[in-house]
Design a protein around this ligand. Structure first.
Ligand code: FDA
Length: 393
């Protein structure tokens, strides 16, 4: 049987970061990964360019049943610390909207840098390695029965991620380990995911496939001003992905399709100017014609602003500023970027990421009930939580 100080299950963002930090402290570290390659999600992230962090990271950008849990790790390993890593490896990067930072060339630059540091620190990595069973021995060590044989360590780090994109290797392993040791797991659901529509709405909006418009999407809890994209399956785009993490089945979403203007004021102004424009021509200055046709009836669009009754103008403004749509479902884990819910943060130390009930057992990254917004927040959580655990394992 091979004995290590630390075994980490999962060679993703959080597992690799944890391994580097622990090995730099002189710990003998083994990563067990069931896929044939490490860091597959890093490689596919950010459209292949990995949105690795954000200039502006705050606890408010995370969803959790314990919203305070993420504060400690995020303040001890910040976006500036990860930027230091990126710069140390001379990885060229750029900023996009809302402070999002992406590689100039490829997400592979980030993975290569992590693997290089793992190599330099002496981390061993077992790929294609399945964990069939694990147990905690009476001496405190964890014993893992793997497809490559028995291994043991005094510290076990669960860095196996969430459920999104099963094709990339996602499994419920981490949740099962938590349950095996009596640790609570909050119900999970797909997050940062496109939404599908009710059958009638699908028929009505499918012809709009490919149209993207800036808007504000809100529910009772949150509001995001971003683009919405009509797809052949329903709704997507950053605004929808963001709100999807807060959406629950049966709930309606409110969409302001003209978030930067007040249409009623605009109508009044056009009337004052004596405009002879038909509403269709006036409104196509702001929104695509096909979208207007799907939301308003032809009769409404054919009339001039001067001839339209006040109450009808008000109704049109209301339809566009306050479009209410009740999605049918999410597209599920097949296309979700993240998993909302997971291992209960109240059962884990926010300083060390160690279980409060099971000494030596650590949880890092997405397996925990911490879910970031779109924009580099999920990787920052993976780096930060992995880094913290790496200081203590
Ligand atoms: P991660 O999923 O990275 O790693 C878990 C590892 O554990 C995997 O290698 C997996 O194969 C392995 N594993 C699972 N079960 C196992 C088992 N039973 N035995 C052994 N190994 C096992 N975030 C962001 O901030 N910016 C971005 O640009 C993107 N883009 C993006 C695109 C797409 C398409 C997806 C799906 C996700 C993103 N994300 C993102 C989210 C981000 O990828 C995610 O939050 C982090 O990768 C989570 O890191 P973890 O280390 O927790 O899990």
């Amino acid at each position: 049987m091979d004995k290590f100080d630390v075994i980490i299950v999962g060679a993703g963002a959080s597992g690799l970061m944890c391994a580097i930090e622990a090995a730099k402290r002189g710990r003998r570290v083994k990563i067990v990964e069931h896929a044939n390659k490490p860091g597959k999600k890093i490689l596919m992230s950010g459209g292949g360019r990995c949105n690795f962090t954000n200039y502006s990271i705050a606890p408010e950008n995370y969803i959790s049943n314990n919203p305070h849990f993420c504060k400690s790790a995020l303040s001890r390993f910040t976006q500036w610390d990860f930027l230091g890593f990126v710069q140390r490896h001379q990885i060229p990067f750029h900023e996009r909207l809302h402070g999002q930072l992406f590689c100039d060339n490829s997400a592979k630059d980030i993975l290569d840098a992590l693997l290089k540091e793992c190599g330099q620190a002496g981390v061993t990595l077992a790929l294609n390695c399945r964990v069939d069973r694990l147990e905690k021995h009476s001496d405190g060590d964890f014993l893992l029965h793997t497809s490559n044989g028995l291994i043991s360590a005094s510290a076990l780090v669960i860095a196996s991620g969430g459920l999104s994109i099963p094709k990339m290797g996602a499994t419920p392993f981490g949740y099962k380990v938590a349950e095996q040791f009596g640790i609570k797991v909050w119900p999970t659901r797909a997050g940062l995911v496109p939404l599908t529509l009710q059958p009638d709405d699908t028929k009505r909006f499918t012809p709009l496939t490919g149209i993207a418009v800036p808007c504000r999407v809100s529910n009772q809890q949150q509001s995001f001003k971003e683009n919405i994209l009509f797809t052949h399956r329903g709704l997507s785009g950053p605004a929808i992905l963001q709100i999807s993490s807060y959406w629950h089945p049966g709930e309606a979403l409110n969409v302001d399709l003209l978030p930067d203007m007040d249409l009623s004021t605009e109508f009044k102004e056009k009337r004052r100017q004596g405009s002879k424009l038909k509403l269709q021509n006036l409104l196509t200055e702001y929104l695509p014609k096909r979208l207007l046709q799907a939301l308003l009836d032809e009769r409404q669009l054919d009339i001039t602003v001067a001839n339209c009754a006040d109450k009808d103008l008000h109704a049109i403004a209301e339809s566009l500023h306050n479009w209410t749509i009740k999605p049918n479902a999410t597209e599920g884990y097949r296309t979700a970027e993240v998993t909302v819910g997971g291992v209960d943060c109240d059962a884990v130390s926010s300083k060390t990421m160690e279980s409060l009930q099971v000494p030596g057992l650590y949880f890092v990254g997405e397996v925990l009930d911490v879910t970031g917004w779109l924009g580099g927040f999920n990787f920052q959580w993976a780096w930060a939580s992995g880094w913290c655990a790496g200081q203590y394992v």
